[in-house]
Design a protein around this ligand. Structure first.
Ligand SMILES: [Zn+2]
Length: 295
């Protein structure tokens, strides 16, 4: 279809606005698909718009009968050197991805060149030493299908900068990815994601978790999803005695002089108390009477 559009563009001055219908010969049978009503994508709509300016007919001719066209467009001497240039092409090459990743490592966080620090770190893990030895013996820069790679004195494990067991350095990397503008005090998972874009070491996730949990500002600015408890509201202090009282029953006492309970009435201001003997079966009316008579 693109070929048709390109040809029409090239010969527009001959073909546009002709009164006689011209023919387009193509060996591409699928093109007839476009001649029927279809749901078109955006590019096809653009093409259809362009094609509508021409008075033409698509005619399918099998490739075997297109001798003239083929002899013009497929001259054997044009093929020399480019016969295979269109084979095995991937749209996104793996090297590009690799490059992107190493480029990002070069980002200097808050003026600190972390790569330089990793390079200078004297501490080396056994695992790394072993990998380096193996590489030296085999005289290669990669090991085990790119699991280990050495470049500029930095060890990469699966494409990430391997940080040796240098606690100060590891802590600094974490701090730079969390406490800074870049890190922005994000939660542990976001911070781990940020770090592991470029760096890796055994237990990075766990260390990160501990760090974020212990981060002072994170603790203070934590988002609480549950509703805040209301403020404590102390009862106001009464101005006079016996304006505010509390009353309660002490029940289930051994029967003494026909009573088994005590009504306790306390004044909130003076704490003066009335103990009134009564029974458990006292009704509301009885309670009112006791109150009137005793308090
Ligand atoms: Zn924090």
């Amino acid at each position: 279809m693109l070929a048709v559009v390109r040809c029409l563009e090239a010969w527009r001055h001959f073909l546009e606005g002709t009164t006689t219908r011209f023919e387009i010969w193509t060996d591409h049978n699928n093109l007839e698909y476009f001649m029927k009503a279809q749901k078109l994508n955006r590019r096809q709509v653009r093409w259809a718009l362009y094609l509508s300016r021409f008075n033409f007919m698509l005619k399918h001719i099998p490739g075997s009968k297109m001798g003239k066209a083929d002899s013009l467009s497929r001259r054997p001497d044009w093929k020399v050197g480019v016969e295979r240039d269109n084979e095995d092409k991937t749209l996104v090459k793996p090297e590009w991805l690799e490059v992107r990743r190493t480029e990002r490592v070069e980002i200097i966080v808050e003026g600190v060149d972390l790569l330089e620090k990793v390079r200078k770190s004297k501490v080396k893990d056994d695992e790394v030493v072993k990998a380096v030895e193996e590489m030296k013996q085999a005289e290669v820069k990669m090991l085990r299908d790119k699991e280990w790679r050495e470049e500029d004195g930095i060890m990469y494990k699966e494409g990430k900068v391997y940080v040796s067991k240098d606690d100060i350095l590891r802590a600094e990397i974490i701090r730079l990815h969390h406490n800074t503008l870049v890190g922005g005090h994000r939660g542990q998972w976001k911070t781990v994601e940020l770090i592991t874009q470029n760096f890796w070491w055994p237990g990075v996730t766990k260390e990160m978790k501990q760090y974020v949990e212990g981060c002072n500002s994170c603790q203070r600015n934590k988002n609480h999803t549950e509703q805040l408890a209301g403020k404590l509201m102390p009862n106001s202090i009464p101005e006079k005695p016996w304006t505010h009282i509390s009353a309660d029953f002490i029940t289930k006492l051994p029967i003494a002089q026909g009573y088994d309970s005590i009504l306790v009435v306390v004044d909130r201001l003076t704490k003066m108390v009335h103990f009134i003997p009564t029974t458990e079966k006292t009704s509301a009316e009885g309670l009112a009477r006791l109150f009137r008579d005793n308090v």
